[in-house]
Design a protein around this ligand. Structure first.
Ligand code: DQA
Length: 164
């Protein structure tokens, strides 16, 4: 890293990665009784608004592909090391319940990850009760609808402020 990039990393606003997994691109039309009527674009706008107030920027992403999510976690790990990334808000969708690879990815890097679920997964089918992410997450927010994303961003910003 050059002297000038070091300066940029330490003076630029820290970023929070908000990472969304499979089928979350369909928010708003997908099972609205369970997930509500807000679209993913609405969620992104909410995240940007709260992050701005907390002196953070948001890197908002969604993918239906496990490997893309893994790569994003690795990238966030590198960002945390260099001081540009504060943490990750991660709604891994159904991969939460199935992906040991995502568990390993979060475990392999040093960046706080807050696991978020819009619905209360524990009040639903039993196959949603197990999470491969919970044991490696810094915290978990479930069942508060899309407000959970806002809560997770607030928690990560507070954690970063306590550290500095
Ligand atoms: C979800 C819950 C998961 O069980 C489900 O597969 C999703 C969304 C939630 O946000 O409530 O895709 O992560």
């Amino acid at each position: 890293m050059t002297a000038s990039t070091t300066m940029t990393a330490s003076t630029a606003m820290p970023s929070i990665l908000v990472l969304n997994g499979p089928n979350l691109n369909l928010l708003g039309t997908r099972e609205p009784a369970t997930y509500g009527s807000a679209t993913l674009a609405d969620v992104e706008a909410m995240c940007q608004a709260v992050a701005g107030k907390l002196g953070h920027t948001i890197d908002f992403r969604q993918s239906n592909h496990e490997g893309v999510l893994i790569d994003a976690i690795h990238e966030a790990g590198r960002g945390f090391q260099s001081g540009t990334v504060t943490g990750v808000v991660f709604n891994a969708g159904a991969y939460t319940h199935s992906s040991i690879a995502l568990h390993d990815a979060v475990r392999a890097v040093d960046v706080p990850v807050v696991e978020v679920h819009i619905s209360n997964v524990h009040a639903r089918e039993s196959f949603r009760h197990h999470s491969w992410l919970s044991p490696v997450a810094a915290g978990i927010i479930v069942g508060f609808g899309v407000d959970g994303y806002v809560m997770a961003i607030e928690a990560l910003a507070r954690k970063a402020a306590a550290k500095s």
